[in-house]
Design a protein. Structure first.
Length: 145
């Protein structure tokens, strides 16, 4: 019996140490490693930098789209001429400080019962070293006579 008690205690002791071992390993494995955190920070930083580089490009497009919408509101149903539309676009580009394109890049074509004012351009901006983002924009409005 004495041997069983000793053997029983050894079994209990080894069972307790076996139960404790996975808990200790889990405690050591909780969380991210330093390499994992660095990789995550690099990816987040890369996407944030891309957003910072692309924000001015989209803000410029919003100015161009606003100019075309303003021309549509100003001349829709007013029987405008092609020259008056072109002058208005040029004036609005100056006021809005639109960069990357000029009023000459906007096409005004007679179509049906009015004019179609259309702009289509590519905007290229540097990202990192020799890597560039190229974004294509197209916008058109119809001005009725």
């Amino acid at each position: 019996m004495n041997a069983r008690k000793i053997l029983g205690e050894v079994v209990v002791a080894s069972r307790n140490s076996a139960e404790m071992r996975p808990h200790r390993e889990l405690a050591r494995q909780a969380g991210m490693t330093t390499v994992g955190i660095l990789l995550m920070v690099c990816f987040v930083g890369l996407f944030a930098f891309a957003g910072i580089r692309l924000t001015p490009v989209y803000l410029n497009y919003m100015k161009v789209a606003g100019v075309l919408s303003g021309v549509e509101e100003e001349f829709d149903g007013q029987n405008p001429s092609r020259d008056s539309i072109k002058k208005s676009i040029s004036r609005r580009f100056d006021v809005e400080s639109v960069s990357e394109i000029t009023a000459r890049d906007v096409t005004v074509t007679a179509e049906g019962n009015g004019f179609v004012v259309k702009v289509s351009y590519d905007h290229m901006t540097p990202f990192i070293s020799n890597i560039y983002f190229t974004v294509r924009f197209e916008k058109s409005v119809q001005v009725r006579r």
